[in-house]
Design a protein around this ligand. Structure first.
Ligand code: PGA
Length: 251
C-alpha cells in the first residue's frame, strides 16, 4: 500500500512570521489526517522556525531546493542538503520546473541534488513534466522518461525508498488549467512503467508519484481516485492553511 503524500510548495512567498503563522494555523486542521503524509515547503529562511514549531506534529517540513555540492565549502548563496536536514527538514524538492526554467537546473544538476539529498538522509521529491509545446508535439512521455533517467541516474533499489516523484506538467502549473484525472493517470502509469523497466516491478509498485499543477480543493478528490496518483504537490492553494487543509482532508 502506498501512503499518499500531500505536499505544499510555498515557493517564494511569506516572511518568517507569516510562514510560522500559516504552519500553526494548519496544524490543528490536519491533525487527524492519518490517511496521508503532510509536507509543507516554506522558503529557506523560515525552515528552522517552522520546523521547530511543528516538532511532534504530523506535518513534515521540506526545502524547495538544495545545493548540488554535498560538503560545506566556498559556494556563495548555496544551502547544503545537510544544512536543510540540520534546520529540521525531512524532505527536499528538486528539479521543480521553475528551477529548470529560471535557474537552469539541468537533469545532471537534478541528479547531483538528488544524491545530495539522499546522502543527507532526506526524502527527495523529484519533479518531472513536459511543457505545452512538448505535449502538443506528442513527446510528453519521452520528456518524463529522459528526466527520470537523467535525474535519478545511479540510484540503487534502497535509495528509492526515499524518492518521491512529482509529475507536474508545466502547462498546468499556476495556470488554473489542471490536467484531467485521465491525462494525469496516463502519465503516472507511464512513470511507474519506467521504474519497472529501470528497476523492478516491486520498485515500480512502491514508488509514490504525486500530481502537481493547479490542484485545488475542488479537483483533488477526482485526481486521488486514479489508481496511480499517490498524492499532490500543491502550489497556490497551499498558501492558505484552510484551502491546503481541505486538500489534505480530501477524503
Ligand atoms: P500550482 O503549483 O498548484 O500553483 O499550480 C504547483 C507547483 O508548482 O508545484
Amino acid at each position: 500500500m502506498r501512503k499518499p503524500v500531500i505536499a505544499g510548495n510555498w515557493k517564494m512567498y511569506k516572511t518568517v512570521g507569516e510562514s510560522v503563522a500559516t504552519a500553526l494555523a494548519l496544524k490543528p486542521l490536519v491533525a487527524n489526517a492519518n490517511h496521508c503524509e503532510v509536507v509543507i515547503a516554506p522558503v529557506f529562511t523560515a525552515l528552522k522556525s517552522v520546523a521547530d514549531r511543528l516538532d511532534g506534529s504530523n506535518i513534515r517540513v521540506s526545502a524547495q531546493n538544495c545545493a548540488a555540492e554535498q560538503k560545506e565549502g566556498a559556494f556563495t548563496g548555496e544551502v547544503a542538503a545537510s544544512m536543510v536536514r540540520d534546520a529540521g527538514c525531512s524532505h527536499v524538492i528538486v528539479g521543480h520546473s521553475e528551477r529548470r526554467q529560471y535557474y537552469f537546473d539541468t537533469d545532471e544538476i537534478v541528479s547531483r541534488k538528488t544524491q545530495a539529498g539522499l546522502a543527507a538522509g532526506l526524502t527527495v521529491i523529484v519533479c518531472v513534466g513536459e511543457t505545452l509545446e512538448q505535449r502538443d508535439q506528442g513527446s510528453a512521455e519521452s520528456v518524463a522518461r529522459n528526466q527520470l533517467a537523467g535525474g535519478l541516474s545511479g540510484l540503487t533499489a534502497s535509495d528509492l525508498d526515499r524518492i518521491i516523484v512529482a509529475y507536474e506538467p508545466v502547462w498546468a502549473i499556476g495556470t488554473g488549467r489542471t490536467a484531467t484525472p485521465e491525462q494525469a493517470q496516463e502519465m503516472h502509469a507511464f512513470i511507474r512503467r519506467v521504474f519497472a523497466e529501470r528497476h523492478s516491478a516491486s520498485a515500480a509498485n512502491a514508488i509514490r508519484v504525486l500530481y502537481g499543477g493547479s490542484v485545488k480543493p475542488d479537483n483533488i478528490a477526482g485526481l486521488m481516485k486514479q489508481p496511480d496518483i499517490d498524492g499532490a504537490l500543491v502550489g497556490g492553494a497551499s498558501l492558505k492553511a484552510e484551502s491546503f487543509a481541505e486538500i489534505v482532508n480530501y477524503k
